[in-house]
Ligand binder design. Structure first.
Ligand code: AMP
Length: 369
């Protein structure tokens, strides 16, 4: 994902795909034109990249020139009048191929046709790398269309958003959903994830999903999911991936308007992490950070036994179950540290100290994302 000015964009068309589209366009154009020497006319600014790359691929001699659309504002009060400037060459009798980066409404084509009506060219062909059929409201024929795309704002490969993005070698599409902050709060049982999540969800207006809490809720209500989960939880083992993933997806879907999530107790395996990435992707979003609370084993056991005196959680009452859970955490979930480190999203935070101090440490990480 990238940010230009105030908007976020996600990868849409790779440089490799653009290259393949250009190969196809060149093949089609050169087949039609044969041995004649065409004049490619790029319309600035956006077309500079496509013109440059396309003519390099063109198998026979060709000429290249550029024109630009200039707006004269305020001539009529409501609309801008656009004029093409830069056409100095005599094109009488020539085969001209207009090259556009994108044709959406087709307004530019009005002006192109108006100008070229007086140029006495032999043929006028229109070629465009991208075309938005849903936005197009003209009758002009488009002779060569690289790729049809949905009517969403794109940048890159010559196309800009308020001046930025033209230099990017691939194409990005605007993200329409609001920017979310999604955190994975990580740490062994007893590290204080639940406590901290409560502060963070208020501060950043996030939805907190604790898979452990959801399982416990289901056990209390004696649902089928609860019964299934209980057999694993009582032993301190992990509930099977598919059960947990389905449950988590359903919890996220229940909060379609969320400004972001704190995932607490999830993911705990690589398969869960991958499924979470996919889920975020469907929301035009991503996990921004995995924040791990780091606490010593003995401190954890002490904290959990104390919590067990009042929480009524059977998995907190017994030291060996607690140690199994901590063991599970390091054995199975330490791989997640690698998973998120590889994406540069892992942040370790010292989880020993006052609740307030730890909240401050966590906030410092989030504020810097
Ligand atoms: P927690 O409250 O996060 O310590 O979770 C308590 C128990 O719920 C764990 O020991 C597991 O049995 C089960 N559980 C919670 N989250 C997951 C998960 N992501 N994957 C598998 N099991 C889970």
């Amino acid at each position: 994902m990238i940010k230009l000015h105030d908007k976020y964009f996600k990868p849409f068309i790779s440089a490799k795909e653009i290259d393949a589209i250009l190969d196809k366009m060149v093949a089609d154009i050169s087949k039609d034109i044969g041995d004649e020497i065409p004049v490619f006319v790029g319309i600035l600014n956006g077309s500079f990249m496509v013109v440059s790359d396309l003519v390099k691929k063109y198998p026979k001699p060709c000429e290249v020139t550029f024109i630009k659309l200039a707006s004269y504002e305020g001539v009529k009060s409501t609309e801008d009048i656009q004029r093409l400037i830069g056409l100095t060459q005599d094109l009488t009798g020539r085969t001209v191929v207009i090259l556009e980066d994108i044709i959406d409404t087709g307004n530019t084509l009005n002006e192109v046709h108006r100008i070229f009506k007086n140029e006495n060219v032999k043929t006028l062909k229109i070629a465009t790398l991208f075309h938005k059929p849903e936005a197009y409201n003209k009758d002009f024929k488009l002779h060569y269309v690289g790729k049809e795309i949905p009517n969403k704002f794109i940048v890159g490969y010559g196309l800009d958003y308020n001046g930025l993005g033209r230099d990017i070698p691939e194409v990005y599409q605007i993200k329409e959903t609001q920017h979310m902050i999604n955190l994975v709060l990580f740490g062994p049982p007893g590290a204080g994830k639940g406590t901290q999540a409560n502060f963070l969800k208020e501060k950043y207006n996030l939805v907190h999903i604790s898979t452990g809490d959801v399982f416990r809720f289901n056990i209390k209500n004696e649902t089928a999911l609860g019964m299934l989960a209980k057999s694993y939880m009582d032993k301190g083992e992990l509930v099977p991936d598919q059960v947990t993933i389905d449950m988590l997806n359903a919890e996220v879907e229940k909060n379609a308007d969320a400004k972001g999530f704190i995932f607490d107790g999830f993911p705990r395996t690589n398969a869960q992490a991958e499924s979470l990435d996919k889920l975020m992707d469907t929301k035009d979003s991503q996990i921004n950070a995995m924040i791990a609370l780091e606490v010593d084993d003995d401190v954890l056991v002490e904290r959990l036994l104390k919590r067990g005196e009042t929480s009524g959680r059977p998995d907190d009452a017994n030291e060996s179950v607690i140690r199994t859970r901590i063991g599970e955490y390091y054995k199975k979930t330490a791989v997640l540290k690698d998973y998120y480190s590889a994406q540069d999203k892992y942040y370790g935070v010292d989880g020993v100290g006052s609740i307030e101090d730890i909240t401050k440490r966590l906030s410092a990480v989030i504020d810097n994302l």
